[in-house]
Design a protein around this ligand. Structure first.
Ligand code: AGP
Length: 578
């Protein structure tokens, strides 16, 4: 993961780099650092363990070009010592890196034998020493030479003390160039540079670029110059700001009615000429895919397989040209999901991406793409992207069935559900000290139980497990006690009576139950300690409504526990390592 920024121009680089890193913090926040080249060609570095804002308290580095990094640790603990940028022994080169250099041990050993002393425990540091070793007067040529030695997925930027240029390379981790007037940028994603420019070039894998104050050049890994594919970013900075909300996550939860409205407008043109659909994704996106499986099978009567991308990429999937692989990804950069796309294409299967970030790597690599219209999602815990993915699942299911999806006033019902936030907050105050939770649901509600439990785990660090309600008696019911409450997703649908019985079984064992139920359902009160009511809608639409209380419950529990909701520990927003 990690975030990279580079700036070269006429302004002071230090503040531009730090501001860019703050936008990229969602990618990792274990440490942060900047390297800026001074007027007299000296590389100066500020780097520290912890959040980017710490850099603001250090004496600003003077100079008009440099590179910056926010870290999500893979090799070596979060510390000052392991923070990027890294320099070579003569302090002539500095590097920031995102990704993993898989053969770093071998490279490190080789460099050590040649007398290089390492100053960190990271895999990244080998890059700068290799560049120093291979430099013969041209930084781009040195980079071209050393990338032949690197195995793994990476993007990195490098500067030389007297270079007046920044070289960036991409193989598997994102890197974008921002084009300005007498200034140019590198960044892991456009949010870091959108304040300065909307004209960007997304580097492809196996490309390197050289940027100077006045010029941008892109080359392939063989060193041949390639055409510049300049694109315009179509969203604004305001969309990526908190706008008065305490956290991005809360703002994004409340944006969902608008997101649904927008995503409902997305046209779907998918041909029905395949024999199987396989949904592939990670985390929350995968749960949207699982809801999709239930809905497509129900509405379009097409068999759908569901796969976690990190598993799919290493197993025998018996793929054929008649398969449609649907990958779902908010960021469009998730390494495992991207690998699934490449694997599917290799086997001749068709790929359809449901992606939020326009022009992201997955969006560019799939055969067909459908963009969700969630706008920039900054909170590490995915919320509005999930609901937009669900909307596409519905639209797709109805499209495949040859019907029109009628969302039937769902936006208003979502608003009504959001209006219950104070009630849910009060409920969270009652439950926030528990250490364990069970989540249950049947049929389309089961993926929601998974998603609700994931939200709670991610941002409140409470242990939560989700099960199909009918599966409880096969083991997990042994966990039920006064100490382990259950959140049951039980709207008035075709499996209501079955889930109701499962709730009764929990109550009979002194378990506490919070139920998400349909307005007017008085019976459910008898078996629940607390009920969160959602408005009555057509049965198939319940997953959309049930999502809201699950998100708000997790949010308010985390708030009660004083957690850093937008920056949960150990996590990062875009998981571009496998
Ligand atoms: C969601 O809250 C997570 N942080 C995570 O599970 C996420 O959904 C997953 O990493 C997939 O990301 P993507 O949608 O960007 O591919």
């Amino acid at each position: 993961m990690c975030g990279i920024v580079g700036y070269i121009g006429e302004k002071e680089a230090n503040d531009i780099l730090i501001a860019g890193l703050e936008k990229l913090e969602y990618r990792g926040y274990d440490s942060a650092g900047v390297a800026v080249i001074s007027k007299n060609n000296i590389i100066n570095i500020n780097k520290k363990k912890g959040r980017v804002e710490i850099l603001k308290n250090l004496t600003p580095l003077l100079g008009t070009y440099g590179i910056g990094h926010s870290r999500w640790s893979t090799h070596g603990v979060p510390s000052d010592r392991n923070a990027h940028p890294f320099t070579d022994q003569s302090n002539q080169f500095a590097v920031v890196h995102n990704g993993i250099i898989e053969n770093y041990l071998e490279l490190k050993e080789e460099l050590r034998n040649e007398g290089v002393e390492f100053s960190s425990d990271t895999d990244s540091e080998v890059i700068v020493h290799l560049i120093a070793k291979n430099y013969q007067g041209d930084l781009k040529e040195a980079v071209l030479k050393i990338i032949k030695r690197l195995q793994g997925a990476y993007s990195f930027c490098v500067i030389k003390a007297d270079g007046h240029e920044i070289i960036g390379a991409r193989n598997g981790s994102p890197l974008v160039i921002g084009l300005g007037k007498k200034e140019n940028f590198f960044a892991s994603d456009v949010s870091a540079i959108i304040e300065h420019t909307r004209d960007v070039i997304y580097l492809n894998d196996f490309q390197i670029a050289r940027i100077t104050k006045e010029n941008v050049e892109v080359f392939n890994f063989q060193g041949e110059e390639e055409a510049l594919d300049v694109r315009e970013v179509n969203w604004t900075l305001e969309k990526a700001q908190k706008q008065g909300y305490k956290h991005f996550m809360l703002k994004e939860i409340f944006e969902q009615p608008e997101v649904i409205k927008e995503t409902l407008k997305v046209p779907i043109h998918v041909q029905n000429n395949f024999s199987r659909i396989i949904m592939v994704a990670c985390g929350t996106a995968s749960y949207a895919g699982l809801v999709g499986k239930y809905i497509i099978e129900e509405v379009a009567k097409i068999h759908v397989l569901y796969e976690i991308a990190s598993e799919f990429r290493y197993k025998e999937n018996l793929l054929t040209q008649n398969d449609l692989i649907i990958v779902i990804s908010q960021s469009g950069e998730t390494a495992d999901t991207l690998a699934a796309v490449r694997l599917a294409k290799e086997k001749g299967a068709k790929t359809l991406g449901i992606v939020n970030v326009v022009d992201s790597t997955i969006a560019r690599e799939v055969d067909e793409r459908i963009y969700t219209r969630a706008g920039p999602e900054i909170g590490v815990a995915s919320t509005k992207a999930f609901i937009s993915q669900l909307i596409i699942m519905y639209k797709l299911a109805f499209h495949l069935a040859g019907k029109e999806f009628d969302a039937n006033g769902v936006v208003e019902k979502i608003k009504e559900t959001l209006a219950k936030h104070e009630e849910i907050r009060t409920l969270a105050q009652k439950y926030y000290l528990y250490q364990n939770f069970l989540y249950i649901g049947r049929n389309r509600n089961f993926p929601l139980a998974l998603e609700g439990a994931l939200k709670l785990k991610e941002i409140s660090y409470i242990h939560a497990e989700a099960y199909p309600a009918g599966e409880l008696k096969h083991g997990p019911i042994a966990l039920v006690s006064e100490e382990m409450p259950t959140l049951a997703v039980c709207p008035r649908d075709s499996v209501y009576a079955k889930t109701f019985s499962n709730i009764e079984e929990i109550k009979a064992r002194e378990g506490k139950v919070i139920t998400i139920a349909t307005e007017g359902d008085q019976e459910i009160k008898r078996v629940s300690n607390d009920v969160i009511y959602i408005p009555k809608v057509e049965e198939i639409l319940y997953p959309l409504l049930c999502t809201i209380p699950l998100q708000l419950f997790a949010y308010y529990i985390a708030e009660c526990r004083g957690c850093d909701i937008d920056h949960p520990r150990n996590l990062a927003k875009a998981v571009s390592v496998e």
